[in-house]
Write a protein that binds this ligand. Structure first.
Ligand code: ADP
Length: 483
């Protein structure tokens, strides 16, 4: 059963219950009110006849003293019962309406013997009647009863009529509510239908670019549509990234493999020589680097790359990296700029990797004779590491892409330098995994500045840093320029 049908039935059933309760309550109230009116009339008659009836018992010789009006009122049935010497009730007096039937049984036999007034509905000769029995008490003893009755035919007919009218009206209302409910439910659930249809089309056509059109108000369904569209957008983006990534990886792998294959063919024909073997070894190394970088990023994506959380004195780390970087290039000089003491929380190996990636890039993309400078200072709650070079720079249109995987401004140059196109992606991931960020500014033919901002540990932690004899914390240090 669809939600629409279920909703429609639920609403209509609720309405039906409400209507039935209303009908029951209304007819009960009507029946009760009409009965009260009948009771009032009967009580009035009893009250009028009581005195005469008691006189008849006390002075039997006075005879039949029922008032002529009571006796002859059509639709009013009256019996006056006395007890004989043996204590048995006998019919002393009766209205014409009963005489006509020859009816001489008590109208409410159960009430005879009761010491209180009794009101009861009984069936007499197939007629539904209201009977009130009033004991006649003389000197504290029950000496007889007056039983007055009236037909309930008009009351029953009025209640019946009302019931019929209300049942017909109720049924029509429920039928209308079924139709209106179905229409409203269909209207309200239309966006859900649209979502389901679009989802079906997306699956059938394998097309993540579709979106659900929605022009309604920003209610729950509007939000659902919005969320669904956002999810589609994200999926589409991820899917495209993944597709591009697979294509890039295949392409990146293919180039070194082709070179290796070509060189092996050459060695087969010409015999091995030093240069060809070196080319094969270079390409194999590049592939290993590529696979390592890819593995690292894949683990990072999957959240399976554990980051050590230790207090790190960045100034010490900067010095270590600086020393390592000095070994990397003979043509480009590496220098250390202003270095301030700064303590952060994180993984020192990863932070070293980040800085080495930036430094080696600086060296790769700076012509011989140029300079790469590493510096560290504190700025508010951040430690700011900068790697600046006097290299070729990056064109403005490429700046926003260089942290993307496999993005290279000049593919041939990057390859020639042994680049994999993943170094900056890894650097970005490391900076962000430390709660920081990496940015770049660059001028073509002037050089580039990569800036990494990492959150500093709170002041108290900065102060408790143990002092190291080789790197005094209290002031900025400037190391001698390398070679
Ligand atoms: P690659 O392995 O190609 O160096 P990266 O991810 O490290 O890959 O860098 C991406 C691209 O950004 C590089 O190919 C290069 O075009 C550009 N780039 C990175 N660093 C610099 C720099 N210091 N100067 C100029 N261009 C740079």
């Amino acid at each position: 059963m669809t939600i629409r049908t279920r909703l429609t039935f639920l609403y209509s059933s609720l309405l039906a219950v409400v209507i039935l309760v209303f009908i029951a309550a209304t007819s009960s109230v009507l029946s009760w009110t009409l009965r009260m009116q009948v009771d009032e009339t009967l009580l009035e008659v009893i009250e009028n006849e009581r005195y005469n009836a008691i006189s008849d018992i006390m002075w039997p010789s006075s005879g039949d003293s029922m008032s002529p009006k009571t006796r002859s009122t059509p639709g009013l049935f009256l019996q006056i019962w006395h007890y004989n010497e043996r204590g048995q009730p006998f019919l002393h007096n009766v209205s014409y309406s009963l005489l006509g039937y020859g009816y001489n049984e008590p109208m409410d036999p159960l009430a005879l013997g009761e010491s209180e007034q009794v009101r009861r509905d009984v069936i007499i000769g197939g007629d539904h009647r209201r009977v009130i029995s009033q004991p006649l008490v003389i000197d504290g003893k029950i000496r007889g009863y007056i039983q007055a009755a009236s037909s309930l035919r008009t009351v029953d007919a009025a209640v019946d009529r009302l019931l019929k009218i209300m049942l017909i009206g109720g049924t029509i209302t429920i039928l209308i509510s079924l139709l209106v409910g179905d229409y409203l439910a269909r209207r309200a659930l239309r966006p859900i239908d649209a979502i389901a249809q679009t989802a079906k089309q997306i699956t059938a056509a394998d097309d993540l670019s579709r979106r659900i059109p929605y022009n309604g108000p920003p209610d729950e369904l509007g939000q659902l549509t919005h969320i669904f569209n956002n999810t589609l957008e994200r999926l589409e983006r991820l899917f495209n990234v993944q597709r591009r990534f697979v294509a890039d990886v295949s392409h990146e792998m293919r180039t070194p493999l082709t070179i290796i294959q070509g060189n092996i063919d050459l060695m087969r024909r010409m015999g091995p020589d030093e240069q060809t073997m070196a080319a094969v070894a270079d390409e194999a190394k590049r592939m290993i680097r590529l696979v390592d970088d890819l593995l690292l990023l894949a683990k990072a994506d999957a959240g399976r790359l554990p980051l050590e959380q230790a207090r790190i004195d960045l100034d010490t780390l900067v010095l270590d990296v600086f020393r390592q970087a000095q070994m990397l290039s003979k043509e480009v000089s590496v220098s250390l700029g202003h270095v301030e003491p700064a303590r952060v929380m994180g993984d020192s190996d990863r932070l070293k990797q980040l800085l080495l990636n930036l430094l080696s890039n600086g060296m790769k993309y700076t012509p011989p004779g140029g300079k790469v400078t590493l510096a560290l200072h504190r700025e508010g709650a951040h430690a700011v590491l900068t790697v600046s070079d006097t290299g070729i720079g990056i064109p403005p249109e490429d700046l926003s892409h260089i942290f993307d995987r496999f993005y290279r401004v000049d593919k041939a140059r990057s390859r020639a330098q042994g680049g994999t196109g993943l170094g900056l992606s890894i650097a970005k991931w490391i900076a962000e995994a430390h709660g920081g960020e990496i940015t770049v500014s660059s001028e073509v033919d002037e050089g580039s500045v990569f800036t990494v901002r990492l959150p500093l540990l709170p002041d108290a932690d900065q102060q408790t840093a143990p002092s190291r004899p080789t790197q005094p914390h209290s002031r900025a240090i400037r190391l001698p320029r390398p070679r």
